[in-house]
Design a protein around this ligand. Structure first.
Ligand code: ZN
Length: 239
């Protein structure tokens, strides 16, 4: 069983009725719902307003894969919680960072760059699969369309990704590295661009497939049981 925790700042859905209409149970609720239909995945959710943002040491120790959605309240996420989550990723917990999570304190801490990009409201996006052999691309068409999505365009200030799996093209002409992977410490990270709150992106079957694949790919069962990157005095082995 893959133990997934879906974290969402959960602000737009409370303050904007048009967003609540699309996600009556929150973005986290929608993601938890489609992930929960898989027999190998169990899902919990956590949000910003909970004590410790719902991300206690106990919960993170019992989480194999963390999904992160944040936008308006990046600065309200407590530094101690960011450090705690970062430590778990470095120790082997998988991370799937969605849409505007690119600017979260967590992603900046893990990747070390500004993660700045070009953006514009409301455009049609075509997602291209650039690496069909990758596990995250399995069952996903070679290209598919999102009738409306926020435009994210290059240059995207990230370190060179391990793999670029998806490229986004927008009707305005821009392109973007929409699905990229990184390794930090023992942890696998998958960043996936679609998911602006004003559009029903997480109801899209292709998007759901990519995120589900992403969860399975960042999950490293052996490391979750044996992970340690602690500095330890090492006794010599027998020669
Ligand atoms: Zn957005």
């Amino acid at each position: 069983m893959i133990k997934v925790t879906v974290w969402n700042e959960y602000i737009h859905e409370i303050e904007q009725p048009e967003v609540a209409e699309i996600y009556p149970n929150g973005i986290h609720g929608c993601i938890a719902e489609f992930l929960g239909t898989n027999e190998d995945i169990t899902v919990r959710t956590a949000t910003l307003s909970q004590p410790e943002h719902g991300l206690s040491e106990e919960l993170l120790s019992d989480t194999d894969v963390l999904i992160w959605w944040g936008h308006r309240a990046h600065e309200k996420v407590d530094d101690a919680v960011v450090q705690r989550v970062q430590r778990h990723v470095l120790g082997g917990m998988g991370l799937v960072a969605l849409h505007s999570a690119h600017h979260s304190k967590l992603m900046k801490a893990l990747l070390g760059t500004t993660l700045n990009l070009k953006w514009r409201h409301g455009d049609r996006e075509r997602i291209w699969c650039a690496m069909p052999s990758h596990p995250i691309a399995q069952g996903v068409p070679m290209h598919f369309e999102l009738p409306m999505e926020e435009m994210y365009g290059e240059p995207f200030d990230i370190p060179n990704p391990d793999v670029t799996i998806f490229l986004g093209w927008f009707a305005g002409g821009e392109v973007f590295r929409s699905g990229v992977t990184f390794t930090r410490g023992m942890g696998r990270i998958f960043y996936f661009q679609p998911g602006h709150e004003e559009y029903p992106i997480y109801h899209d079957k292709n998007i759901q497939r990519v995120i589900t694949n992403g969860v399975r790919w960042v999950y490293q069962p052996y490391l979750r049981e044996h992970s340690t990157i602690a500095v330890e005095n090492s006794a010599p082995l027998e020669r």
